[in-house]
Design a protein around this ligand. Structure first.
Ligand code: SF4
Ligand code: F3S
Length: 105
């Protein structure tokens, strides 16, 4: 499966939503997640993200923390199928690290 990583937090561009053929993105206040059981591994969303927040779960997630987070929150957050207005200050957070600890709620 593909998963959304912390680079998405407070950037939330949502270009990814427009290309997913199975509409498996779910929306939280500060980021989106992918439902791992619904993702068909097509990979088309990965190059669409301006901050490279989307990766296969086999990359950049050695301890499985982000797979777990995507899995858990996709069960309760609402499905999102169309791009909305992204946060006006999204560029300020594009290079920031440690966003999970600082901003995730
Ligand atoms: Fe959707 Fe394909 Fe991305 Fe999975 S890899 S979230 S199916 S666009
Ligand atoms: Fe997030 Fe990138 Fe999509 S910032 S909302 S994963 S396009």
């Amino acid at each position: 499966t593909y998963i959304v990583l912390d680079a998405c937090i407070r950037c939330k561009y949502m270009d990814c939503v427009e290309v997913c053929p199975v509409d498996c993105f779910y929306e939280g206040e500060n980021m989106l997640v992918i439902h791992p059981d619904e993702c068909i591994d097509c990979g088309v969303c990965e190059p669409e993200c301006p901050v490279e927040a989307i990766k296969p779960d086999t990359e950049d997630d050695p301890d499985g923390k982000w797979l777990k987070l995507n899995s858990e929150f996709s069960k309760t957050w609402p499905n999102i199928t169309r791009m909305k207005e992204p946060p006006a200050d999204r560029e300020e957070f594009a290079q920031e690290t440690g966003k999970l600890e600082k901003y995730f709620s």
